[in-house]
Design a protein. Structure first.
Length: 476
């Protein structure tokens, strides 16, 4: 027998409370393990210092996940054999570091910070900045702030001085690199629907500081590959991203894309969420989606009854839960006559967070379109608009922690794919950085038809932070 809205809502909140309690217990266990590991590592540091005068270090080690014992929540897609090597050779360390005793792993490798207001504020501001800076009238926009932040955080492990300050001001709101890493690890912990992976690619013979590789291997679970950086490497990177996005992004880089780079930092994110309640045939109808210019697209509309809405100034907001209740689809549609650009600009990080958290109980008749969205852009100019400038400037960028010489970021390629249908949502992203109240009241009733441009997000319901955020201007 089909449950009533009230019964279904009660079930959602019950399961949600159980999930939060389970998460708290897991975090307590992780913190306890972290403390024990920190003590062990400090002891190891003392032993290394004592033995340093008597033992010569081995060549730079393979810093792939699992090779050094470092904990990692990331997974590594397999790369077809033949092109890159997945080991770090002595040539990948700078001249001054070869043959020296390696320092003990930083205890921060094992630390996790739960999402709080500090990280939430920084993350949401960054997500909204990416969306607003990339909006174009009449064109769909879709970014994964998580993917871009992970890739830039890896780059920040080699940054110093004003370059580092600028990066951390934009991607971390002033949070330090160690704290940002701990927050990112906590954000991705215990996530069954989101799979994320990182990698570092190095041109054959280019000397990279081993400390940079070890940080990204230990802190971000990045696999390290050396390759010739010709078109065979382009194919290998594309294959790695294809595997990491479950085939949703098959071609990230074009031929010749790596000609001007000596290092390539990659991130891939894949989301696979099914609706709590799937759609029956009688709830799937033909409809029209009205573009901002007045033209229309023929679409398939999905009808459902939802139990909550969002309080949105200047528009309407709805949410729909994915199975497991960890993630939710959120749509924000402006009032008639308001452009999507003006609507997005009316938010700042704080008001967007407040909106996402502002759900109220209501009987909602929801109609939303099935749609596919793809987006591809070099985010260099977008990142400059929101404050990251020096990292791209030759002669001013300070990435001395990566390698000797005039190192800068030359490109930040970002690509996303999104499919929403009657079964659920598949979403993927890839980022490639090239481096030269409580009382019961009657529930209001409302009808929401998403038949014109709207902002949409996949949101982590435990933290209220968007993994993906986009603007749908056209369905076709």
């Amino acid at each position: 027998m089909r449950k009533s809205n009230g019964e279904f809502e009660a079930e959602i909140f019950r399961r949600f409370d159980e999930y939060k309690e389970k998460k708290k217990k897991r975090h307590r266990a992780v913190r306890a393990a972290s403390l024990c590991m920190a003590v062990v590592l400090l002891g190891a540091a003392v032993l290394l210092a004592v033995r340093g005068a008597r033992h010569k270090a081995p060549n730079v080690t393979d810093v792939r996940p699992g090779s050094s014992g470092a904990a990692s929540e990331n997974t590594q897609p397999e790369v077809p054999g033949g092109v890159p090597t997945d080991t770090v050779t002595p040539e990948t360390a700078s001249e001054s570091e070869r043959g020296t005793e390696p320092s003990a792993p930083d205890p921060m490798v094992y630390m996790v910070k739960e999402t709080d207001e500090i990280f939430s504020a920084a993350y949401t501001e960054f997500a909204l900045g990416l969306l607003c800076a990339g909006l174009e009238d009449g064109k769909n926009t879709l970014v994964s702030p998580l993917s871009v932040m992970e890739a830039l955080a890896m780059a920040s492990n080699g940054a110093s001085g004003r370059t580092l300050d600028e990066l951390m001001s934009v991607i971390g709101g002033g949070i330090g690199t160690d704290d940002l890493t701990a927050y990112l690890r906590g954000f991705s912990l215990d996530s069954d629907l989101v799979r994320m992976s990182n990698s570092v690619w190095i041109r054959d013979g280019f000397a990279v500081r081993k400390s940079f590789l070890e940080k990204n291997g230990g802190l971000y679970g990045a696999g390290v590959f050396t390759a010739p950086f010709d078109d065979s490497t382009v194919d290998a990177v594309n294959a790695w991203i294809n595997a990491g996005t479950n085939g949703m992004i098959g071609k990230m880089l074009e031929r010749g894309a790596l000609n001007d780079s000596d290092i390539c930092l990659c991130n891939a994110v894949f989301f696979d969420g099914r609706w709590v309640q799937t759609y029956k045939d009688e709830n799937i109808v033909d409809g029209l989606f009205r573009r901002a210019d007045g033209t229309t697209d023929r679409v398939t509309m999905l009808r459902s009854e939802e139990t909550s809405a969002l309080s949105v100034r200047g528009g309407v907001g709805v949410r729909k839960m994915y199975d497991g209740l960890r993630y939710e689809f959120i749509a924000l549609m402006p009032d008639e006559g308001t452009s999507l650009g003006d609507f997005a600009a009316s938010f700042d990080g704080a008001s967007l967070r407040a909106t996402v958290r502002s759900f109220v109980r209501a009987d909602v008749e929801l109609e939303m379109p099935e749609f596919r969205a793809e987006y591809s852009a070099d985010l260099t100019e977008t990142l400059k608009k929101i404050g990251i400038k020096e990292a791209f400037e030759a002669g001013r960028a300070d990435f001395s922690g990566i390698a000797d010489g005039n190192i800068r970021i030359c490109s930040v390629r970002h690509k996303t794919a999104f499919t929403l249908d009657r079964n659920g949502t598949l979403a993927s992203s890839a980022t490639v950085i090239g481096v030269p109240g409580s009382s019961e009241v009657p529930s209001p009733k409302m009808k929401v038809t998403l038949d014109r441009p709207f902002i949409y997000m996949i949101v982590d319901s435990l933290t209220a932070l968007p993994v993906f955020i986009g603007a749908l201007e056209t369905v076709g």
